[in-house]
Structures are given as structure tokens and as C-alpha cells.
Design a protein around this ligand. Structure first.
Ligand code: PMP
Length: 327
């Protein structure tokens, strides 16, 4: 669908996948006004196709649009686009294990001007899809992460809480650095002190303190510079349902290292639409490294993973009504 100052949203249509032609002076190519979402559609046992909390993605897309001075796409239009695409694009292979259709809604500015002083007056919303398996090549094998003390992802007052393309562009250099250190992912710290843990490239982080009936779930609080993940908020709710104490608060790298070494932090995992729930086994930084527990996937991590994927694939009850039928 297209948006212009004169017409608002118009011209919504379903088309075969094809390249998009853009004038070289199109503003998105120069000033990067681009936002996106990521969600998945899953085959359900009754033959229908459903998505996990798509209304939450619709709302976050509007939040991102406001932050980037772009027009809000009505939530109903966002949902309609998902339904329409899935009505024709529903033949991905429903293998055993994890197979889903990754849905990528996005919006770019399309005005042709080199003027930089105001938001563009025309935009294009698109939705594409791709079959998805496991995000990490290693499946649910624990990942090794790199604490990024040199680079920050998002600053106070910046765009970190939006799903804005530039946030990801800004993170590639640290991701390369992490790979050079033998790490799978970067852990972003707060931009001011580089002490408080924020999130990873496409995932939020959770810490398990204690174990068994005493286990507590801790996740970094939303400071305005990390993405309010939908998996994150769902796991906070699931944790409560399991009778766990859940906490959103500041957690520093010192606390992480100290409590991992003393055994008080028993598990750490990352979560997101693409990564689902992925255990963190080892942490590296410029002065050394430490492991989480014995480095193997934690018990609660795997239990939450089973619960979450059980709901998404329609194999477990969905007490919160999180699944929305698309087709
Ligand atoms: N943080 C960032 C930076 C992300 O890109 C994502 C993926 N959308 C997440 C966290 C996890 O969010 P969600 O659970 O909504 O996929």
C-alpha cells in the first residue's frame, strides 16, 4: 500500500514477488527512513494457519512509525495484509520440528528529493514472506556472546525502542568484531556507561537466578533504548503463570559475571520471534570470559521453550488467547 499527504493510505494490492523500482533520489536511499516488523505464521493441527500475537506487532509498527515521523498504518490494515498474503502463500513445508513462515512487513519513504530537513510526503508499505527453520545453524545449542564495550547500539532519546532499519546497520561492525572473537552474538550495553545489559541483535535477554522452586526470572527493564520484544513480554507472563517471581530491572555486566561465577545465575537465554528461545552458554568480553552453569541448556530455559513453541504450533493450550487465525 502507498501513502501520500494528499491521499493517505491507498492502492493496497497483492502481487507476485518482484523487484521494486526506485528513483535514485528516493529519500529512503539517502536518509534511511525505514521501519519493519518480524512475525511468524504456523500451521495448526486443525489445518488453519495462525500467528503469535500479530496485533502486538501491528501496535509496535505504529510506535516505530511515530518515532521515525512516518504515517501510522491502521492495525486492521496491517492484519489484513498478513491474512491476504497467507491466503495465497501457505504451501511452505510443514515438517516435524520447527518450520514456519516468517512474515516481514516494512515501510520506506519514497519521496524523490534530496531535501533532508523534513519527513518525506510519500511512503510505501510492503509485506514479504520466507519459510523459516531454526535461526541459529546450531539449533538449540547454547550460543557464545560478546559484551560490546566499544560500540553502543542505541542512545537515550535515540531510536533503540523502534524497529528501525538504521539500528541494525549501526550494529554490523560490532557483530563482525564478535565473530572475530568466536562469538555468535553481540550483547548491547547501555550507551552512557556500557554497564547495564540491554539486549542482543535480534533478541531480548533473560537471566534465571536460583533454581527449582526458588528460580526467579530477571530481564533488563525497558529503558527506551532497547526493543520491547513481544516474546519478552510473553515470557514474563508465562513465568508468572508458572508461579515464578519475575523482575524487570537494571542488571549490570558486573552482576552478571559475579553471579554467574558464584552460581546464583543458573541460566541465561535470549528470546525473539526468529531465535525463539536460545540458551547462552558462554560470555566473552575484552578482559576474559565466563560460562553460565556448566554451559549446557538450562532446565527452565528448555521448559519455557517447550511451552512457547507448544502454544505457537497449536500443541498446547493457549490460555492468554495469543494465537490469531490468519487463514
Ligand atoms: N531486540 C531486537 C533488537 C530485535 O530486532 C528483536 C526481534 N524483533 C527482538 C529484540 C525480539 O523481539 P520479538 O520478540 O518481538 O521478536
Amino acid at each position: 500500500a502507498r501513502w501520500s499527504t494528499e491521499q493517505g493510505w491507498h492502492d493496497a494490492r497483492l502481487e507476485p514477488y518482484h523487484p521494486v523500482e526506485l528513483d535514485p533520489a528516493t529519500t529512503v536511499l539517502h536518509y534511511g527512513q525505514a521501519i519493519f516488523e518480524g512475525l511468524k505464521a504456523y500451521h495448526q493441527p486443525d489445518g488453519s494457519i495462525a500467528s503469535f500475537r500479530p496485533w502486538a506487532n501491528a501496535t509496535r509498527f505504529q510506535d516505530s512509525a511515530r518515532r521515525l515521523a512516518m504515517p501510522e498504518l491502521p492495525e486492521e490494515t496491517f492484519l489484513d495484509s498478513l491474512r491476504e498474503l497467507v491466503s495465497v502463500d501457505n504451501q511452505w513445508v510443514p515438517t516435524e520440528g520447527e518450520s514456519s513462515l516468517y512474515l516481514r512487513p516494512f515501510m520506506i519513504s519514497t519521496e524523490r528529493t534530496l531535501g533532508v530537513n523534513r519527513p518525506a510526503g510519500s511512503y510505501l508499505y510492503m509485506l514479504i514472506a520466507s519459510p523459516a527453520g531454526s535461526y541459529f545453524a546450531s539449533g538449540v545449542k547454547p550460543v557464545t556472546v560478546w559484551l560490546s564495550r566499544e560500540y553502543a547500539r542505541a542512545s537515550p532519546g535515540g531510536t533503540g525502542a523502534a524497529k528501525f532499519a538504521g539500528n541494525y546497520a549501526a550494529s554490523f561492525v560490532a557483530q563482525t568484531q564478535a565473530a572475530e572473537q568466536g562469538c555468535d552474538q553481540v550483547v548491547w550495553l547501555d550507551a552512557v556507561e556500557r554497564r547495564a545489559v540491554e539486549e542482543m541483535g535480534g533478541m531480548n535477554l533473560f537471566f534465571v537466578l536460583g533454581s527449582g522452586a526458588e528460580a526467579r526470572l530477571v530481564t533488563p527493564e525497558l529503558t527506551g533504548s532497547l526493543l520491547p520484544g513481544i516474546t519478552r513480554s510473553s515470557l514474563l507472563r508465562m513465568g508468572e503463570r508458572l508461579g515464578l517471581e519475575v523482575e524487570e530491572r537494571r542488571i549490570t555486566t558486573e552482576e552478571w559475571e559475579q553471579k554467574a561465577r558464584s552460581g546464583e545465575i543458573t541460566e541465561v537465554f535470549a528470546c525473539g520471534t526468529a531465535a525463539v528461545i536460545t540458551p547462552v552458554g558462554k560470555v566473552k568480553h575484552s578482559d576474559g570470559e565466563f560460562t553460565i552453569g556448566d554451559g549446557a541448556p538450562g532446565e527452565l530455559t528448555m521448559k519455557l521453550r517447550e511451552q512457547l513453541t507448544g502454544i505457537q504450533y497449536g500443541k498446547l493450550p493457549d490460555p492468554e488467547g495469543w494465537m490469531t487465525k490468519l487463514a
